[in-house]
Write a protein that binds this ligand. Structure first.
Ligand code: DAH
Length: 351
């Protein structure tokens, strides 16, 4: 094959390879293959010197033009590919800075006490009750006197209660909000009061600070059956629609009659587990105590008689429950102190 034919063949092969190259990198490979130091075309150019003089001019010129033409085409195509590649990269790497940031991953959840409080609040809001907040630093008057506690009631003792002075203390229950609420609002009143309470107590079932929810309903013609219906609705909402409640006679200074309220055990049948064992939750009794309650004592109403609470015209019921107790029963928590240890392994279990 003559050198001229070889040049034509190489140029055609180079142009075909160039046409196939779809990236700048592939194109550079073509450049090296056909125009690099070890490529055939430059070699041919070097061989021109050995040709007979009359051929040198034409062949040298042809080879040179072929090389220049290839370089021009390579440069042109490289330019086009580079622009296309930049376009794709810009398209793929595009960040829309106007998009809203991703929301932060959730970093926690509500404490079981808060969850339980809100659940109970929801039930009573559904029954038309308002929610009130009261002071944790309370007077002896609202905490004991106005609630009909006689002078010798044991809860008054400094060994049981945190006193700040002779007549100021950390409230031992949420019940002081009964008289406070009735001072602020004429009857009818339907209110619940969640909040912290304090007692000098500390063991597996007592902490010096815990949470209660007080309930108070005063209106004309309220009877014990209203109390029972309300608390049955509450018990079914919290512990399941199959629940029953029972009222047991009890004593509280500020209610008359007073009752303790039990819910039917949701862990067993009549005190017996499926495997025949005695139920540990209700201790085989089929009932679990959940709260204290009763009809508001007329002596309590007399403190707010001037605001419309004449015991001759209005009656009411009250109840008080421990939020921890409800949460422990419902979720099988066995040690009250777990609520306050802040061990993440405990807290995480209650989504
Ligand atoms: N205050 C009571 C306690 O802390 C609970 C209680 C019992 C509240 C009866 C009431 C009630 O409103 O009627 O043990």
């Amino acid at each position: 094959m003559s050198i001229s034919d070889k040049i034509i063949e190489l140029q055609a092969a180079a142009e075909a390879a160039m046409a196939k190259a779809s990236t700048t990198a592939a194109l550079e490979d073509v450049r090296v293959e056909f125009l690099g130091r070890k490529a055939e075309l430059p070699n041919l150019l070097r061989g021109v010197a050995e040709l007979p003089p009359q051929e040198r001019g034409a062949v040298g010129k042809a080879a040179n033009e072929a090389r220049k033409s290839l370089e021009r085409q390579l440069d042109q195509k490289a330019g086009q590919l580079a622009v296309a590649e930049l376009d794709t990269r810009l398209e793929q790497d595009r960040v829309d800075v106007t998009l809203p940031a991703d929301p932060l991953p959730a970093i926690g959840r509500l404490h079981l006490i808060t969850q339980t409080r809100r659940e109970i609040e929801d039930v009573f809001i559904g029954l038309g009750y308002a929610i009130a907040d009261g002071p944790e630093v309370e007077t002896v008057y609202y905490n004991f006197d106005a609630l009909n506690h006689d002078a010798t009631h044991p809860a008054r003792a400094w060994t049981d209660t945190f006193y700040i002075s002779d007549d100021v203390l950390l409230r031992t229950h949420t019940s002081p909000m009964q008289v406070r609420s009735m001072e602020l609002q004429k009857p009818p009143i339907y209110v619940i009061v969640p909040g912290r309470v304090y007692r000098r107590d500390s063991d597996i079932t007592h902490t010096p600070q815990f949470h209660q929810i007080e309930g108070l309903a005063v209106d004309e013609g309220i009877t014990l059956t209203d109390l029972k219906g309300t608390l049955l609705t509450f018990a079914r909402a919290i512990f399941g629609p199959e629940r029953e409640i029972r009222l047991r006679p009890h004593f509280f200074p500020f209610t008359e009659p007073s009752v303790e309220v039990d819910v039917s055990c949701f862990n067993c049948h009549n005190g017996v587990l499926d495997n025949g064992d005695r139920c540990g939750l209700c201790k085989g009794t089929a009932w679990i105590e959940i709260l204290g309650s009763g009809m508001v004592d007329p002596n309590v109403l007399l403190h707010v008689k001037d605001n419309g609470y004449d015991p001759e015209t209005v009656q009411g019921f009250a109840f008080g429950m421990g939020i921890e107790r409800i949460a422990m029963l419902k979720h099988g928590v066995t040690d009250l102190r777990l609520f306050y240890d802040n061990d993440i392994r405990f807290l995480e279990q209650f989504a």
